[in-house]
Design a protein around this ligand. Sequence first.
Ligand SMILES: [Zn+2]
Length: 91
Amino acid sequence: MTSKSNKEEISPEVAKLMDIVSGFSKIQLEITAHFAEFLYKSTRTLLKTVCMYCKKEMGVTEGEGISGDSGSICPECWSERFPGVPYPEET
Ligand SMILES: [Zn+2]
């Protein structure tokens, strides 16, 4: 198929997972969600990204061993400080 989807692009892993959970009952989904949350919390370290100018929270990312806050710059503050310079997209 070549028709363009207006949905956000999802990775094959996520698509596969969504396919699996689509057959789940409500209780199975709840258990899976709790289990995933538990796994996530017990194995991941989270890094909260905060704009160092306006202190706006910009989301939480995988800290890869580091937990805490990470200084960044939000698109609004970026365009204020660097007018005309494109905001660096994160991968
Ligand atoms: Zn900001």
